[in-house]
Unconditional design. Structure first.
Ligand SMILES: CC1=C(/C=C/C(C)=C/C=C/C(C)=C/C=C/C=C(C)/C=C/C=C(C)/C=C/C2=C(C)CCCC2(C)C)C(C)(C)CCC1
Ligand SMILES: [Fe+2]
Length: 355
């Protein structure tokens, strides 16, 4: 289901995807050529993600499916307590508290396995986010079969999870250890096999092979789909370079806000009739304003929940706080993935005929 209005797609490319390519390419060049990045700067994107793009991108999950099914559900505080928005919030709230609660118990019982599950979930979820862009935000997609789409999902989700492991295993290990240490500092040793040269070599060459095969298969399609293939190749190459060169905490934090979350925000704007009209009129700011209004209340609730979780592990260090934040994000991610997977189904992302 390519998004209906050409102008809306063009607005999205002009105001979102292209500026983000330029930003990530500039960061890559600066890091490659400049002095080492100061430690605190590494953590800045994750800190900002509490308020901007990162946390908010999931905070309208209660409106997402309603709007995808054609309802003109309004966001904002008043609507949260009335009508169909209230009913949808109740259903999505139960989903969040049940799945988030189960995952929290999982962390308490098996922290190392829970960390690995989080990486796997993120792989899937960040891949599905990019798959939507590759099938719905282009004029005509080069991903004509479900197998191609599964391959694209594996490559796109694998880039932020695997390339940093290949390029900077020590920083990766520290982040993994600080997440696991939120529950049990001794449990991080169970992750050692992830960081052996053999595991990294297999993971890196495997992902490289998948990337090449995915692009090679896509390039054999009709000339009409050439622009979509070129976009895929350009983004895949850019992300390889970016995750190879930029330190993982900075790279993943920026990617989380500027790539994954921003793309999801645009997807949500296109579901909201008034925001979509604004995009179709080449006006991205009013569309972003409507998203922000919808996202404020539950971002605030989520922030309070994070503060409550962090209070159990008082800390002054940025790396310990990042560990707690990742555990918190994993609890939100599980129900968020369910919502986005249902959205994919509603929008026909896996039905090549319709998307
Ligand atoms: C609706 C609702 C709500 C809200 C919600 C929200 C707000 C959501 C969100 C969501 C989200 C917000 C999600 C997110 C996601 C994220 C992610 C998924 C991330 C990941 C990451 C990672 C995994 C990383 C890692 C690392 C690093 C950092 C470095 C290097 C190494 C590594 C790679 C390991 C509430 C609960 C209030 C209520 C109910 C309803
Ligand atoms: Fe997401």
């Amino acid at each position: 289901m390519a998004v209906s209005s050409r102008t809306a797609r063009r607005t999205v490319r002009r105001t979102t995807t292209r500026p983000v390519w330029v930003a990530l390419a500039a960061v890559t060049a600066l890091v490659a050529l400049g002095p080492p990045v100061p430690t605190l700067l590494l953590y800045l994107p994750f800190a900002l993600s509490l308020l901007v793009l990162g946390l908010p991108h999931g905070a309208v999950d209660h409106l997402t499916l309603l709007r995808a099914r054609g309802a003109t559900a309004e966001g904002g505080l008043w609507h949260l307590l009335h009508g169909e928005t209230r009913d949808a919030l109740a259903a999505v709230g139960v989903l969040y508290f049940v799945l988030g609660g189960v995952y929290l118990v999982g962390w308490l019982l098996a922290p190392a396995a829970s960390f690995c599950l989080f990486v796997a979930l993120t792989w899937f979820h960040w891949g599905q986010g990019d798959l939507y862009v590759l099938v719905s935000l282009v004029e005509e997609t080069h991903l004509r079969t479900r197998a191609q789409r599964a391959l694209a999902l594996s490559v796109r989700g694998g880039l932020p999870m695997v390339v940093p492991l290949v390029a900077a295993p020590e920083q990766y290990r520290r982040v993994a250890a600080s997440a696991v240490a939120t529950v049990d500092p001794g449990a991080a040793a169970a992750l050692d096999p992830l960081f052996t040269p053999t595991t990294r070599l297999v993971a890196g060459t495997g992902l490289l092979a998948l990337s090449v095969v995915a692009l090679a298969v896509g390039s054999r399609r009709a000339p009409r789909t050439r622009p979509a293939w070129r976009l895929d190749a350009l983004e895949t190459g850019l992300l390889w370079a970016y995750f190879l060169l930029v330190p993982p905490i900075l790279a993943v934090g920026l990617y989380f806000c500027l790539w994954h979350s921003l793309r999801h925000v645009v997807r949500l704007e296109l579901l909201d009739a008034r925001a979509r009209d604004a995009l179709a009129a080449s006006r991205s700011l009013p569309a972003f304003g409507r998203f922000s209004r919808d996202a404020v209340p539950l971002t605030a609730v989520a922030l309070c929940l994070f503060v409550a979780l962090a209070a159990f592990r008082p800390t002054g260090s940025a790396s310990t706080l990042l560990g707690v934040y990742l555990v918190f994000l994993s609890l939100l991610t599980l129900p968020h993935v369910v919502v986005v997977t249902l959205l994919d189904r509603t929008q026909g992302v896996w039905r090549p005929g319709s998307a």
